[in-house]
Design a protein around this ligand. Structure first.
Ligand code: HEC
Ligand code: HEC
Length: 233
């Protein structure tokens, strides 16, 4: 055998080892393709609505109709929220009808899609309120010790960029959505948070303090694409 055919043999061997040692990559790829189809056109069952009707194809959300951005949230967080909506631990009537048609596999697929895509910040319904942003920033970074409210960044990461897989990012999220979630946690319309972590915190904030943190986190840019969590998590 000539020297060059030896080396092509090695290259072939190397390539096949490489391909066969990563079967999960192509599986993840298929899942994302199926997820994109669901995001784009629903799953084909009667009454199924495409996620992009409300969250856009790249997950930037629609502040005007109260739909959150979901681009780049950890996959397991997105799955957990959809299951929460289905099981009723999250009161979200608009979403409930939409996700009742999905199988577990489809939920995983569409969650992988949205974990993987990136989107710029969508304009909020109103600009950040400069009289409340400083208070929001103080609570976010230092908490309110007298009220036993820890700094938000302890769990949501520096600037609220998230700590995957359990702590979602909140920086750059739509203002009205952030406020609605804090109210939902405080008044127990959302109870899917582990150990009631968020319910206790949201309840101890006054309406003005809830508004202030929503103003602050929505005034920031969403996490940069390269700083977002690993989409496979
Ligand atoms: C008709 C509009 C609509 C459609 C279609 C829709 N959503 Fe939603 N979605 C919403 C709204 C509104 C909320 C906020 C609910 C709330 O206030 O708790 C939401 C919330 C969510 C959340 C929670 C986000 C977070 O940060 O906790 C996820 C995840 C989500 N949707 C995923 C999806 C997926 C995946 C699809 C497609 C299978 C989909 N949605 C289709 C309107 C929609
Ligand atoms: C002890 C940890 C912890 C602290 C401190 C904390 N959070 Fe959270 N937060 C969580 C967890 C966990 C979730 C996700 C709950 C779930 O899985 O549904 C969450 C979810 C949220 C959400 C919903 C995000 C979404 O996409 O729907 C908002 C808004 C939020 N937190 C705001 C805050 C603010 C504002 C503060 C500071 C006042 C704060 N959090 C402090 C743990 C924490």
């Amino acid at each position: 055998m000539s020297r060059s055919s030896h080396s092509s043999c090695f290259i072939f061997l190397f390539l096949s080892l490489f391909l066969f040692s990563f079967p999960s990559n192509s599986f993840a790829g298929e899942i994302e393709i199926e997820g994109k189809q669901i995001a784009h056109g629903g799953n084909g069952s009667p009454g199924s609505i495409a996620c992009m009707e409300c969250h856009r194809l790249h997950g930037g959300g629609m502040p005007l109709i109260g739909s959150p951005r979901i681009a780049g949230q950890p996959r397991s967080y997105i799955e957990h929220e959809i299951l929460g909506v289905r099981e009723g631990t999250r009161y979200a009537p608009i979403m409930a009808g939409v996700v009742s048609h999905l199988s577990r596999k489809e939920i995983r697929a569409v969650a992988s899609w949205y974990a993987h895509v990136r989107a710029p910040k969508m304009p909020d319904v109103s600009p950040p309120d400069p009289t409340l942003v400083p208070l929001g920033k103080r609570i976010a970074q230092k908490g309110l010790w007298k009220k036993n409210v820890p700094a938000c960044v302890l769990c949501h990461g520096p600037d609220g960029r998230g700590i995957p897989p359990h702590f979602p990012y909140i920086k750059g999220q739509n203002k009205s959505y952030l406020l609605r979630q804090l109210v939902a946690f405080a008044f127990l319309k959302r109870s899917d948070d582990p150990q009631g972590l968020m319910r206790g915190i949201a309840r101890r904030l006054s309406p003005k303090e809830r508004q202030a943190v929503a103003e602050y986190f929505s005034s920031l840019a969403p996490p940069p694409a390269d700083g977002l969590p690993d989409p496979k998590q």
